[in-house]
Design a binder for this molecule. Structure first.
Ligand SMILES: NC(=O)c1ccc[n+]([C@@H]2O[C@H](COP(=O)([O-])OP(=O)(O)OC[C@H]3O[C@@H](n4cnc5c(N)ncnc54)[C@H](O)[C@@H]3O)[C@@H](O)[C@H]2O)c1
Length: 289
């Protein structure tokens, strides 16, 4: 997208973490931003903070797993700003390390609803508006490095969902390219970014979804997982990477290029016909270690 200033962006999952970082980067670049989230109090607080950066921002609550909420988010954005140029379908929830044959259907429904169907609803509600506008537009879907690698020991339902987001966005890219060159898309595959994703799992998990403490993870694993996220990239930095990718019209957006070796290992295994291996720990971002 060549023109950024004055454009209208919608960011889901904007009450904390990466979504809030994206909203901050957009507002600082002079965009009009709609922050959306299911946690209304946290959404109001984040919107106030982003507004203080000087942006023209609004808060619109929505549960992205519900098609009618996402449609209403699109309708209300048009009422507020008269157009929409950028959609970041970013809201997501992680999962624990449950055994697949013991995972509840409630957990599958929740994880696929919030991580995958949200992206479907975003495409169905927003892309027709962007195409009809005849102007530049961009859709950014948040997947994960977990959408590019696999591994039985990690978080299988989450990874299944995020692989879906990558495949879906690759298909969107192909289909948009047949509709002219104005509306583009990207898939964001972050490594560790400091966020509240683990806490929000516990706050938002519906009845029937086991707490992380009851999943396969021991207390030490839970602590290690929290630490890895807490020490991750600052969310605003991830937001700036997203903004630059929109400017550059880049499709695959990786926040941690040093993690690509894990993708190579998986692809090599596929080509060589070996069994899938656990990806192991991600390579350190610190070249000295
Ligand atoms: N933080 C990381 O290291 C990391 C790595 C890879 C991918 N991701 C992905 O980045 C995205 C943002 O996650 P984050 O890490 O910033 O976590 P986060 O929990 O801080 O932010 C996610 C936001 O999504 C919201 N949300 C959850 N369910 C929702 C629903 N049904 N409707 C609307 N909003 C809902 C939450 O309230 C929260 O504010 C997610 O899609 C996540 O899977 C994060």
């Amino acid at each position: 997208m060549k023109q950024i200033e004055g454009r209208v962006a919608v960011v889901t999952g904007a009450a904390s973490g990466i979504g809030r970082g994206i909203a901050e980067a957009f507002a600082a670049a002079g965009m009009k931003v709609v922050l959306s989230d299911i946690r209304t109090e946290a959404l109001e607080a984040a919107t106030k903070a982003v507004r203080e950066l000087g942006g023209d921002v609004r808060a619109i609550a929505a549960d992205v797993s519900r098609a009618e909420d996402v449609q209403s988010l699109a309708d209300r954005t048009l009422e507020e700003f008269g157009a929409v140029h950028v959609l970041c379908s970013n809201a997501g929830v992680s999962s624990g390390r449950s055994l697949l044959w013991e995972s509840s259907l409630e957990e599958w429904d929740w994880l696929l609803g919030v991580n995958v169907m949200s992206v479907v609803h975003g495409i169905r509600s927003f892309v027709p508006i962007m195409l009809a506008q005849g102007d530049e537009g961009h859709v950014v879907n948040t997947a994960s490095m977990g959408g590019l690698i696999t591994g039985s020991g990690v978080v299988p339902i989450y990874m299944t969902a995020k692989h879906g987001v990558v495949a879906l966005t690759e298909a969107l890219q192909d289909q948009l390219s047949t509709q002219g060159d104005k509306v583009k898309c990207s898939v964001l595959c972050p490594g560790y970014v400091a966020s509240q994703v683990r806490d929000n799992f516990e706050i938002l998990r519906p009845p029937g979804v086991a707490s992380l403490a009851d999943a396969l993870e021991g207390k030490e694993d839970i602590e290690a997982g929290k630490q890895a996220i807490a020490q991750g990239m600052p969310p605003r930095e991830a937001g700036e990477i997203v903004l630059q990718a929109i400017r550059d019209e880049r499709f695959y957006v990786l926040t941690h290029p040093e993690w690509t070796s894990m993708v190579e290992v998986r692809m090599r295994g596929i080509l060589d016909g070996t069994d899938p291996a656990r990806p192991g720990d991600p390579p350190s971002s610190d070249p000295s270690s």
